[in-house]
Design a protein around this ligand. Structure first.
Ligand SMILES: [Zn+2]
Length: 199
């Protein structure tokens, strides 16, 4: 038995005992319910409208892309290590960590989470890249469309493309902002394919 297993087990125990919403409320944020979800002002960037969504097991800020679970949140919020955050949560919420036995199940969950985190990081990097690209494209199309002066201009291929593509680009941007994770990944693929075809 190594101490890593014990630490992993503590992480798991705290995560199953304290929900994100409970921790976020306790530490002074005031989440508000919109539809079926809670939202809070993001403490990790200068947020004017609540852009941090509180999911069951993760928070996600649509402003600065901050993302993580209850331990990540506490660690970042108080600028402490994940282990210190785990201990803080345990003490603030009255969870006894001593004497908990490391289980295979806890180890499996930790490994699963690490894999998910890795996937999410890769996805996030790509997401930002594509999102910025689409924003620039949208602005460019806007400028091209503003330059249209006479009906004859509409015969210029760049104008035709701008008119047609701006709708699609705006649709992609909307999905990247508001879609669920599956829809977003689909858009990333579509943009990739579209870029390939243009070359
Ligand atoms: Zn943020």
């Amino acid at each position: 038995m190594t101490s890593n297993f014990i630490v992993a087990d503590k992480f798991q125990e705290v995560k199953t005992s304290v929900t994100l919403l409970e921790a976020i409320e306790r530490y002074g944020l005031n989440p508000i319910k919109k539809g079926s979800r809670y939202w809070a002002l993001c403490p990790f960037h200068a947020d004017k409208n609540p852009s941090m969504a509180i999911y069951d097991e993760a928070y996600h800020c649509y402003g600065c892309q901050a993302h993580g679970d209850v331990i990540d949140f506490t660690a970042r919020y108080f600028n402490i290590t994940p282990l210190e955050a785990t201990k803080k949560l345990a003490s603030d919420f009255g969870i006894r960590l001593e004497g908990s036995k490391p289980s295979k199940e806890a180890q499996r969950k930790i490994r699963q989470k690490q894999e998910l985190d890795k996937l999410y990081k890769e996805y996030n990097k790509k997401f930002n890249e594509v999102y910025d690209y689409l924003c620039r494209l949208n602005q460019l199309y806007q400028k091209i469309k503003q330059a249209i002066e006479t009906p004859e201009d509409m015969d210029i291929p760049e104008f035709v493309e701008a008119c047609h593509m701006q709708d699609i680009v705006q649709y992609w941007l909307n999905v990247l902002l508001d879609g669920n994770i599956k829809e977003k990944i689909q858009v990333l693929k579509e943009v990739q394919e579209w870029k390939q075809r243009r070359k």
